[in-house]
Design a protein around this ligand. Structure first.
Ligand SMILES: [Zn+2]
Length: 402
């Protein structure tokens, strides 16, 4: 749905009171909770109130503003502003600037053709728990994805995930805030029980897609044989290796969610492929690589790991190599250098953890995250950070919690 098309619907321009849409009928026909979850994502339903950041002032945390999911009336305890669903829509949706446009927007997007009284539906839990199903791939009539996440602001980078046919599956977004650790969140499309599609800051259902699937298929079609799949940690590193190599004999891929989320990804498209894993140069990276190795063992046509160069800092990866000025020739030489089989990598790993960190399971040193330093398994990704900040700086929002 293109929001701008609603603005140009013929009845909008006929005058102030020309809208044929009855406001009360519309409110009775739509799920106000679903509308709120869509236009103000990352809120929470508590009883009959949807708690969200106030769009009328620079609100930084939940707790000030809420909107009733039965009536659409809301208020902000901080700035004192009050609203109904229509004035709220005018404030939040860029293309809507009048009451009639809000009516048209809401009717076209959430209300047209429906005769169900969604308003009477029980909405005790948040929308995300009410039978959301993923919409994959993203259809042409999907709503426009939000430009910002309510806690984290606008992403500084985003990566598009696609399936083998190149169809859009969703995004992973990166957020960099002043004096805060960088954070990553997936943005995916879901349909609720009323058929309404909305973007949510949550992961794909497991098993999750790999990043770079479309390139796997593209190079197949071009008949480049045999193709080696290079698996790195993180989308930024994958992009950096693609830039460095510019070589169709390699297909560079990663999995979503960072070092602790390997087991949640779907590696089956790599069956019968020649696979080469390049870990980040730290314990978390090695552990992730080992999990990839175990996942692909017996499935890949061949399976190797390339350890980081010995002189590199903790956390080093090929994005750092690119930043250091590596040329494509250097990257190719590194890729064609010593490779470890699964058994050799397991032995090398024992030596690496013994040498760099004598007690990896007991360490409290966050500069050298140990394999056991896995948090809740959904890591705040750190693929280009040489150090890991203290637990107090861990993100307030993790992808699976929003
Ligand atoms: Zn306010």
């Amino acid at each position: 749905m293109n929001a701008k098309s609603a603005v140009h619907a013929p009845w909008v321009d006929k005058g102030k009171h020309a809208s044929p849409i009855d406001k009360d009928q519309l409110l009775a026909s739509i799920s106000i909770a679903a509308v709120l979850a869509d236009i103000l994502p990352a809120g929470q339903v508590k009883k009959h109130e949807y708690h969200h950041l106030c769009p009328f002032h620079d609100d930084q945390r939940l707790g000030n503003a809420s909107t009733n999911i039965d009536t659409g009336f809301g208020k902000c305890l901080s700035c004192g502003k009050g609203w109904d669903l229509f004035s709220l829509t005018q404030q939040v949706v860029n293309s809507v600037s009048s009451f009639d446009e809000a009516l048209t927007y809401l009717n076209t997007r959430y209300g047209s053709g429906t005769t169900l009284d969604h308003r009477r539906t029980e909405q005790r839990s948040s929308a995300k728990e009410d039978g959301l199903v993923p919409v994959l791939p993203i259809p042409d009539d999907a709503p426009t994805p939000p430009l910002a996440q309510y806690h984290l602001g606008r992403p500084t980078r985003q990566w598009i995930y696609r399936d083998l046919d190149g169809r859009h599956l969703g995004y992973v977004c990166r957020f960099d805030r002043p004096r805060k650790r960088k954070e990553f969140m997936p943005l995916t499309l879901w349909r609720d029980q009323h058929g309404t599609m909305a973007w949510h800051w949550k992961h794909w259902p497991e098993p999750r897609p790999l990043y770079g699937l479309e390139r796997l298929a593209q190079t197949d079609q071009q008949g480049v044989e045999p193709q080696t799949v290079v698996i790195v940690e993180g989308e930024k590193t994958a992009d950096a290796v693609r830039d460095l190599l510019d070589d169709q004999a390699y297909c560079v891929m990663t999995w979503p969610g960072g070092s602790n989320a390997v087991s949640k990804a779907d590696f089956r498209p790599l069956a019968n492929r020649h696979c080469c894993i390049i870990p980040d140069n730290d314990a978390a990276g090695f552990k992730a690589a080992l999990t990839v190795v175990k996942t692909l063992a017996g499935m890949a046509a061949s399976l190797h790991t390339i350890p980081p160069p010995v002189d590199k800092a903790s956390g080093w990866d090929l994005a750092d190599a690119k930043a250091e000025g590596w040329t494509g020739e250097q990257a190719l030489a590194y890729l064609n250098g010593p490779r470890l089989t699964a058994e050799e990598f397991a032995r090398w790993l024992q030596g690496a953890t013994t040498n760099s960190d004598p007690s990896p399971d007991q360490t409290a040193n966050h500069d050298q995250p140990s394999p056991s330093d896995s948090g809740d398994g959904e890591e705040p990704i750190s693929q280009d950070a040489p150090t890991i900040p203290a637990d107090s700086e861990r993100p307030i929002v993790s992808p699976d919690n929003c």
